[in-house]
Design a protein around this ligand. Structure first.
Ligand SMILES: O=C[C@H](O)[C@H](O)[C@H](O)COP(=O)(O)O
Length: 233
């Protein structure tokens, strides 16, 4: 088994231990959460676990349905007990970059609605400082060129994400600009950067998750390391 795959599986499955009967669970998106969803499906059958889930993407919805996992719309729950999701990068300050798969908008809304957020990653994604991974920014197709040009002027070196020859379209019908924040991430307050980008007219959301993550599960070759955020951080 490839090392990264193994680490994703270990981390994804370990986080299922956080799920208990009658909980409302936010299910993230991607190849790491795939293992969480799969394991949850098994646990629901084996232990007759009764949980209700909220999905963050059409892909996750499809997979969870195949496993018979009970899904409800976010608007139909009071709040979410726990969300489990992957990330493209995360650091020791519990700052993450998400959206490599294009699901950042629903992921951020679901994570923001959750009492607890667990991020599951393989060891390559746990870094000293986030920023090497391009930051996904979801933009409205209307006038996206304005946002693009502004990003160029401000040194963010944007790339319009493509699917073949066409723009990649998110589940909400928007485009994604992948921008470079590697030069500034250490020079600015990332909470302000997250807000600054979202304040540009036409930007819907960006993949910086600066003040949301409570616990990180890192898959490693010799097991899973769990890092809990200190209260008050
Ligand atoms: O849009 C996608 C999400 O933010 C994913 O959670 C993130 O890209 C990590 O995905 P994966 O677990 O497939 O590496």
């Amino acid at each position: 088994m490839e090392q990264t795959y193994y680490e994703k599986k270990e981390a994804g499955e370990a986080a299922v231990d956080l799920i208990h009967n009658k909980m409302v669970i936010g299910l993230g998106t991607g190849s790491t959460v795939y293992h969480t969803i799969n394991k949850l499906g098994e646990k629901m059958k084996d232990e007759k676990l009764d949980v209700t889930c909220v999905s963050t993407s059409s892909n996750t919805t499809e997979f969870a349905k195949q496993l018979g996992i009970k899904l409800v719309a976010l608007n139909d729950v009071q709040d979410i007990d726990l969300t489990i999701d992957g990330a493209d990068e995360i650091d020791g300050d519990f700052r993450a970059i998400k959206g490599g798969g294009g699901a950042l908008l629903f992921e951020k809304i679901v994570a923001s609605s959750s009492r607890k957020v667990a991020i599951i990653v393989d060891s390559t994604k746990y870094v000293d400082t986030i920023g090497a991974y391009p930051l996904p920014v979801e933009v409205l197709p209307f006038g996206y060129k304005y946002v693009f040009e502004r990003m160029v002027r401000e040194g963010f070196q944007p790339n319009l994400r493509k699917m073949g020859n066409d723009p990649f379209i998110t589940d909400s019908g928007n485009f994604i600009l992948d921008i470079n924040v590697s030069n500034i991430i250490d020079k600015v307050d990332t909470i302000n950067l997250e807000k600054y980008i979202n304040n540009i007219p036409g930007v819907i959301e960006n993949g910086l998750f600066t003040n949301i993550v409570d616990v990180i599960y890192i898959g490693k070759k010799d097991g899973v390391e769990v890092k809990n955020r200190e209260k008050g951080d």
